[in-house]
Design a protein around this ligand. Structure first.
Ligand SMILES: Cc1ncc(COP(=O)(O)O)c(C=O)c1O
Length: 420
């Protein structure tokens, strides 16, 4: 038997996922993109064209000619890959330029980039749990408090940190009274606290009340010897939310200690980053395993992200952010008018349409696919069982006609499936 037995076990697990309509591995293979005047680019799958409503490319930057040119230029100058991790064979200047611009954009002292924001979250959580003084009050003195709907990279960051049960607490989603109770109950019992939350919650498009979190951190800071550090993952917020695209920081008009975000969504590029006070960023550069032992993104990717950031701060960026907002409103009003229910009242381009049943949700996404529209089914374990949704993601690249086409096609299918 041996390994054959293991393969049998894996096979039955894959079958179980298929039968429960939640498997994800049968991905659409996009052969290319095609342009239609004034409309969002269409993806070509098996020679058929599809409008995408499931991309994080909120501003359409991944097809921006200036961004592509900046990437090409950097490849010519620095080569196609980083060569090694940054401290070994020298850090390419483009990474420094990008970090300086990110810090400036967020009005922070300093920034550090990573290969992804998943890697950035692992680093932040691990490093700031680990950076302990010798004067600990209790055995392992850090308490981590995390919103129950935080992204998987935060969950895994906490899991791999090796903290014991007593050192990690989950607070109810967006329930800051609960967070207050936890901070009150643990006064004096730990020397340091990390409060960690998504900014925009990726499955629902809701956002955390960063002002409230900061107020609570301030109120209770004195009761913990090394204070309270607030960490916000705003991967979906940056470039898509707020008057100038600074995300939840801007919408809530406050500044968490550390913001983690990605360049792989609204920036149309790739890689993750962290911004905050220089002391935190210096410490990360010295101690984050996913920085020290793992390559950065390629120089072309960094240059594309830098160019995207510059465009975001220009008149064109303002225009795109405004168009994104208008598109999102237009979509939501039309969907509401047609009787769809939303899993949350989101003002972000992530618009979650609540379906509930996984089979119906799969049928809906399959039928839309037949009609030339790709949306994503979000199912367990990403959302709780029985709370399946389709996550529609609006982009500034969508034309009104794209949104109209989606609605014209989804309404009769949803009626037939008795969703509306
Ligand atoms: C909230 C949040 N954080 C982090 C990530 C990971 O982003 P990246 O692709 O940069 O690792 C995602 C993407 O799924 C996300 O939604």
């Amino acid at each position: 038997m041996g390994k054959e037995r293991f393969k049998e076990i894996l096979n039955s697990e894959l079958q179980r996922l298929d039968e429960s309509n939640v498997s994800k591995r049968k991905e659409n293979i996009i052969e290319k993109f095609v342009s239609i005047d004034g409309r969002a680019k269409k993806a070509v799958v098996d020679n058929k064209e599809y409008i995408l409503f499931n991309s994080n490319d909120y501003l359409g930057f991944r097809f921006n000619e200036d961004i592509k040119k900046a990437e090409e230029k950097a490849i010519k100058k620095f080569g196609s890959g980083p060569g090694a991790v940054r401290f070994i064979s020298g850090s390419l200047k483009i990474y420094k330029e990008l970090e300086e611009e990110l810090a400036k954009f967020h009005n922070a002292e300093s920034a550090i980039t990573f290969s992804s924001s998943f890697a950035a979250n692992l680093a932040v959580i691990h490093c700031f749990i680990k950076g302990q003084t010798k004067s600990s009050l209790v055995g392992r003195e850090v308490l981590v408090i995390s919103d129950e709907l935080n992204h998987r990279s935060i969950i895994d960051g906490i899991r791999v940190s090796g903290l014991s049960k007593e050192n990690k607490v989950i607070f109810k989603h967006l329930d800051y009274d609960h967070l207050n109770q936890i901070l009150e109950k643990n006064k004096g019992k730990f020397s340091r606290v990390l409060i960690i939350s998504d900014g925009i919650f990726s499955m629902l498009g809701e956002y955390a009340d960063l002002k409230k979190i900061q107020e609570l951190a301030k109120k209770y800071d004195q009761y913990y010897e090394e204070g309270i550090l607030t960490i916000i993952d705003d991967a979906h917020g940056v470039g898509a939310f707020g008057e100038t695209g600074k995300g939840c920081q801007e919408v809530c008009n406050t500044k968490p200690d550390l913001i983690v975000a990605t360049m792989g969504k609204a920036f149309g590029s790739d890689g993750g980053y962290v911004v905050g006070d220089k002391i935190y960023i210096d410490y990360l550069r010295e101690s984050a395993a996913t920085y020290i032992y793992s390559n950065p993104t390629s120089p072309g990717t960094a240059a594309a992200a830098l160019k995207a950031l510059k465009i975001l701060q220009s008149e064109e960026g303002k225009r795109l952010l405004e168009k994104l907002k208008q598109n999102q409103k237009y979509f939501k009003e039309k969907m509401k008018y047609n009787g769809f229910r939303f899993a949350a009242d989101s003002t972000h381009p992530i618009q979650p349409i609540l379906i509930g049943d996984s089979k119906k949700t799969r049928e809906l996404t399959n039928k839309l696919f037949e009609e030339g529209i790709i949306v994503t089914q979000i199912s367990y374990p990403v959302v709780p069982l029985g709370k399946d949704e389709i996550r529609i993601q609006i982009s500034a690249a969508h034309a009104k006609e794209d949104i109209d086409e989606l609605i014209e096609k989804i309404v009769p299918i949803a009626k037939k499936l008795e969703i509306i």
